[in-house]
Design a binder for this molecule. Structure first.
Ligand code: MG
Length: 160
């Protein structure tokens, strides 16, 4: 496999009161957070699955089972790092990555530069290779009612 490869990642977590809200490695000040076995970072989880998907490998749930005590409250950067290690082992580099976070509140825009920088550090790439968008769900369904946060990621990997 020596041609570019595309990958898609998706994740969703319930929002519940009095839990930490961590998005793209940034802890947001908010009265609700993501219910999860790990720290519930939807961006890092979807990025991990997008890279693994591009490589045609297992998914995050297979690599890091959510019933394994080792990953209880885990900082999700370890999942991204594992995906990046696998990308390097397969001799692929990041082309670009496009991220859409769906959340009703709080506002994502003030945190975008920090999230981009966190990802650039993890993916060892330039921030110009990373795009991140925040969208509301127009008050429709669980996402729009602020009961969940979701994230879609598309990534392109280049060989060599
Ligand atoms: Mg997740």
């Amino acid at each position: 496999m020596n041609h570019p490869r595309i990958g898609h990642g998706y994740d969703l977590h319930r929002l519940e009161p009095d839990l930490p809200l961590i998005i793209g490695g940034v802890k947001l000040e908010y009265d609700r957070g993501c219910a999860a076995h790990s720290d519930g970072d939807v961006v890092y989880h979807a990025v991990t699955d997008a890279i693994l998907g591009a490589l045609g490998q297992d998914d995050i749930g297979q690599l890091f089972p959510d019933n394994d005590p080792k990953y209880k409250d885990a900082d999700s950067h370890i999942f991204v790092k594992e995906a990046v290690n696998r990308m390097n082992d397969a001799n692929y580099t990041l082309g670009n990555i496009d991220i859409t976070v769906i959340l009703e509140r709080p506002k994502l825009s003030p945190h975008k530069p920090t999230i981009k920088q966190n990802l650039a550090n993890l993916l060892t790439c330039d921030t110009s290779q990373i795009n991140i968008k925040g969208k509301t769900h127009e008050r429709v369904d669980a996402l729009g009612e602020n009961r969940a946060i979701a994230c879609h990621v598309v990534v392109l990997l280049n060989h060599g």
